[in-house]
Write a new protein. Sequence first.
Length: 295
Amino acid sequence: MDDELSGEEIRSTKGKFLVIREPIINIDYGCIGQHCDTNIGLLSSQGTRARFPRLFDRLGERLAFLDIESCGFSYNDPIFLITLFQTRGGEPISRCSLLARDFTEESPMLEYFLSEVRSSDTLVTYCGKSFDCGRIDRRALDLGLGRFLVDENFRLVSLDSRFGSRHVDLKFEKDVQRTLRNVGIVDGGLQSFEKIAFGYIREGEISHERVPTTYFEFVTRRKKVDLDGHRLTRGKSCFGEYARGNRGKDFRFEPIDEKIALKNLLKVIRHNAFDTQALIAMLLYHLENGKENSL
């Protein structure tokens, strides 16, 4: 996935989108992918279950590790990328990234995700309670997909509430954060965890602030520059600006090379896959090195 956007195109009555699948050990990610693949059996180990009885009461057989990328920080900003790592017991882990290549593909992508995630009985996220789940709920409702958020009694139920106690948000798991603090990971962030626990530093990483503009550039083939021609990637932007390509008081738009726009989008896909994989590594690290504290 270094220079091309490859995957399986999924078509439905709502449209089409792209699915990218690969085993976790195929991701170019130092030793972390191999570590996850080797130690995934901890999720079905009786010894681990005995050490973490309360946590394992919440972990089912079918786990879904989730992370998304959206076009901003508002709840109604479109979602264009969803990565899921799903595992059943000690089976090998596979990555499934769902990509809306333009805004028309968001609805079929979300429909596919909401149907797919129903097969899991545990959801694992990092800040999912405050970011990912709420945005998925809002976009599903905005796009007329509310039926996927209705329970057996025909009540509207959020994605977070659907999983209930089986939504394990590692950011707010006290025992997990205590394990991280014990090895000097104070902020509990995913990249801090990777660096201290595995000695891994991401190279060529794209920042969260650049994600929306990178996607806008890919969709419109335009880049926002200042009056001296320097590319602007930070600050609040909206898709409408890029779509219209109007000149502003202190900026203008120029064409961006298609290969450069694709290369930058691939960095976003890589970033999202790494973040989701880090969720697995963090949970396994806790099961290897942590403990369950008394209530």
